[in-house]
Design a protein. Structure first.
Ligand code: ZN
Length: 220
């Protein structure tokens, strides 16, 4: 909140239940407030061009319902809906069978995304893709060629790789990617980059694991 805003009607109000993906354990749950702990609520005047709508806010603490987590999260609600949380919500991902280096880079990309640092996120996604190609010995002159080489050795939908060309962060030349490639990367590009990376990682590391587990069901 900006300090110059006029704040009205500051009160203590009972804490509403909030649906949230836990920033700590990544499960989605209905987060309740703590016993005997109210939210702080307040109102702010309309923000032009809307002239007739008072904004109602509330801020307080919620607890993760997962019994193995029970982490505390600070939330800000606007008109009863979640506006912000701290730590921020993070994109969900499956870490099954991912090599440690790739998992570390992916986690860093997701943390950067949650913090609104979209260019940093894009750089880390690019690193995830490069580490993936390193691990699978997919070679080529640039990242696009390396991803294309990857598709010859693992099951990756061709349409997915073709569409990935639209992502600016892939750049034209891995060796000479310039800073301006990242200048206008916002939430949409960064979100799509993470989703693409997740799908590729799933194809390379997780389908095989599922296939092995299914095969293990076969009776001797
Ligand atoms: Zn949790």
């Amino acid at each position: 909140m900006n300090s110059h805003k006029i704040i009205m009607n500051v009160n203590a109000t009972p804490s509403a239940v909030v649906n949230l993906r836990c920033p700590h354990c990544h499960h989605v749950g209905a987060f309740h407030g703590l016993p005997n702990c109210n939210d702080l609520s307040w109102s702010e005047p309309p923000i032009p061009p809307v002239v007739n709508q008072i904004n109602h806010f509330a801020a307080g603490v919620r607890r993760c319902p997962n019994v193995e987590c029970h982490s505390l999260v600070q939330v800000v609600l606007q008109s009863g809906k979640l506006s912000e949380s701290f730590p921020p919500e993070v994109i969900d991902f499956d870490s099954t069978n991912l090599p440690t280096d790739i998992l570390t880079s992916l986690e860093e990309a997701i943390k950067a995304h949650a913090a609104g640092c979209f260019r940093a996120c894009a750089l880390m996604v690019r690193r995830v893709l490069e580490e993936l190609c390193d691990d699978k010995k997919a070679t080529g002159g640039d990242l696009k060629q390396r991803l294309a080489a990857l598709s010859t050795s693992v099951v990756v939908p061709k349409e997915l790789l073709d569409a990935a060309d639209e992502l600016r962060l892939l750049g034209n030349d891995a060796a000479h990617i310039s800073a301006k490639n990242y200048d206008d990367i916002g939430t949409e590009q960064a979100t799509l980059a993470i989703e693409l990376a997740k799908e590729l990682l799933k194809a390379v590391y997780q389908y095989a694991s599922l296939v092995d587990r299914l095969k293990a069901l076969k009776k001797p």
